[in-house]
Design a protein around this ligand. Structure first.
Ligand code: GCB
Length: 596
């Protein structure tokens, strides 16, 4: 499984393939039959990488395309890479890709938000130019995560989707060529501990490509001074007078791993940033470094004008700056793993992350009700069944494999708003929760619970460590009637605290808000109403000790499929899509800056 991000080290070199690639949509699906990877792609389109392709061209056919699109570029393999292991890596391709180097198929990957790579050492000749072609398919099915359907219509294929964001697709993240020695460090896993002023870093190194040599591991502090060292494939490093990673202060050590042979320089070297911290649930408290932590922040999306879900450092840094301006300390990667750059940034800046799989839409009630999909039974052999569950298991594996070493990640969430009230739901989730725990015993797990799945009907919460609630009192229920909304919310929290002694994090609450719309009386869609809904929730949260987090839906307005419930997208942002504050932003700044 693809894990360590490519880095330049003493023994490694990476080369970005970002830029403009040749691009062709394939509406009639002829690219495979005609072998488009064998030649220059038809047409004259070029598409930026990274970016979603949907909003780049002023063309509804590309925006709403269902099926394959093709990307192609050329790159030169440096002569100095001769004899090395040469890898082609895609940080993501949404939702599925097949990749060729010249005539040879080198990779195939399912799942739109995690990386994959191919060892291309045997198909490239150092010093020459290669052609890289990727067929990227945006189709979702009962066997994918997220699930979806393609319906044949007189106008061609159309998606029926069960989630509330635009199905952006393409090469959303960076593409790399990189070289490592043949015998190389293949994976590093760290788990950290804290005992008083002493920190520990337990590490495990995997090697590949030959007889494993000797592993040496050295831990350096932020100034570069070595604080501990060990040898062997696994071991524990002890740090006296430790500087922990903590919310608000992203202090990082660096674990320098070296693979030695007989020579007097290491064969391979890799440096991994390490934040030393602990995470634990204790009764109804969520503890980071054994201190009670209260989450403030948002459910977000990777979403911006023109780029769609393409990673963009300017938007990333700006979003973090806006969260800092508000005093937010955390966010959830709703509803899929975000670009790894986002987690690296959060590591360095002490922002807490709730890390989610792309398992959104496992719920026929919502799909039919909100998104207008044809009715279906959620769990059945014909709909969400064993194949979906297997894809879901794989999505959890790839998420943990990629993100396990990030100190910012304190909680895995394995699904958003799944059906959770039927025996089938329990049968589906029991092995998945067990798998998440097996893969990472060091972090708590949860799932975002959908409105209506109250503790009297829910049948899966006992499998998890935290209660994560998405609740829309004052919007989808009791819209415009805040006293009724407040009573219902209060009652529901009482029910949860009576049923479970677990921390409760509100992972969604909010109201669609049209910027510039105002009213002196409680009127849905106005800026004042968004403020009042959020204030109502906060009043109730402050009455309940088990509530340990408030993450508003959403950080910013975002694109969705068209529909009568959406006005040019989802407008529950506290910021507009171009990141201008609504009135609620100023209110939140008062609340969160006061408490931080
Ligand atoms: C939800 C979903 C989220 C939607 C949101 C809404 O419960 O988790 O994806 O966008 O509600 O605004 O309806």
């Amino acid at each position: 499984m693809t894990t360590l991000p490519p880095r330049d080290t003493a023994s490694r070199e990476r080369k970005s393939l970002n830029g403009l690639w040749r691009f062709a949509a394939d509406p009639s699906g002829e690219g495979h039959a005609e072998g488009w990877w064998r030649q220059r792609l038809p047409g004259s389109h070029e598409a930026p990488v990274p970016a979603s392709y949907n909003d780049i061209f002023a063309d509804a056919a590309v925006r709403d395309h269902v099926g394959d699109v093709w990307y192609q570029t050329s790159a030169r393999i440096p002569e100095r890479w001769r004899g090395e292991r040469i890898v082609l890596r895609f940080d993501s391709a949404t939702h599925r890709a097949i990749v060729w180097v010249d005539e040879a198929q080198v990779a195939e990957h399912e799942g739109g938000y995690t990386p994959f790579e191919a060892d291309v050492s045997d198909v490239v000749e150092p010093g020459t130019e290669i052609r890289i072609t990727a067929a990227v398919d945006n189709r979702l099915s009962w066997e994918t995560i997220p699930p979806g359907r393609v319906m044949e219509t007189p106008d061609g294929p159309r998606h029926s989707l069960f989630f509330d964001f635009f199905n952006y697709a393409g090469l959303h993240r960076s593409v790399w060529l990189y070289a490592t020695p043949r015998l190389h460090i293949d994976d590093v896993t760290v788990v950290t501990g804290l005992e008083g002023t002493t920190g520990t870093v337990t590490y495990q190194v995997e090697t590949a490509g030959g007889e494993p040599g000797e592993i040496r591991a050295a831990l350096r502090d932020a100034e570069g001074a070595e604080v501990a060292r060990a040898s062997g494939n696994s071991g524990e490093l002890t740090v006296g007078d430790v500087h922990p990673w903590r919310p608000g202060e992203g202090y990082l050590y660096e674990l320098a791993v070296e693979l030695w042979g007989d020579g007097d320089v290491p064969i391979d070297a890799y440096e991994l940033p390490v934040g030393i911290r602990t995470v634990r649930v204790d009764g109804a408290r969520f503890l980071i470094n054994d201190e009670a932590f209260y989450f403030t922040g948002f459910g977000k999306h990777e979403d911006s004008p023109v780029r769609g879900k393409g990673h963009d450092n300017a938007f990333m840094v700006h979003d973090f700056a806006l969260m800092d301006w508000l005093g937010a300390n955390s966010f959830r990667t709703s509803h899929y793993p975000y670009a790894e750059e986002v987690l690296e940034y959060a590591d360095r800046h002490g922002i807490v992350v709730v890390d989610e799989t792309p398992a959104v839409g496992i719920n026929s009630g919502l799909a039919g009700g909100v998104f207008g999909a044809e009715p279906f039974t959620t769990f059945s052999p014909e709909t969400i069944g064993p194949a979906t569950q297997e894809a879901h298991r794989q999505a959890i594996r790839e998420l943990v494999a990629r993100d396990k070493n990030h100190p910012c990640v304190v909680l895995w969430t394995i699904a958003n708003e799944p059906e959770s009230v039927t025996p089938e739901a329990r049968a589906y989730f029991e092995p998945l929760a067990a798998e998440a725990r097996r893969l990472d015993p060091s972090r708590p797990i949860g799932f975002a619970n959908v409105m209506g799945s109250t503790p009297d009907v829910d049948v899966i919460t006992d499998l998890f460590d935290v209660v994560m609630l998405n609740r829309y009192y004052g919007w989808y229920a009791a819209a415009g009637d805040l006293p009724a909304a407040e009573r219902a919310l209060d009652e529901e929290i009482r029910a949860w605290t009576a049923a479970y002694r677990k921390p409760i994090i509100f992972t969604e609450y909010g109201a669609d808000t049209f910027p510039g719309l105002h009213s002196v009386t409680p009127t849905p869609w106005t800026e004042e109403y968004q403020v009042e809904v959020l204030e109502m929730f906060h009043r109730v949260f402050d009455r309940h000790e088990a509530v340990v987090g408030e993450q508003i839906w959403n950080f910013a307005d975002f694109a969705t499929a068209p529909g009568i419930l959406r006005a040019d997208g989802n407008k529950k942002g506290v910021f507009t899509r171009d990141r201008r504050p609504k009135a609620a932003a100023h209110m939140l700044r008062q609340r969160w800056r006061r408490s931080s």
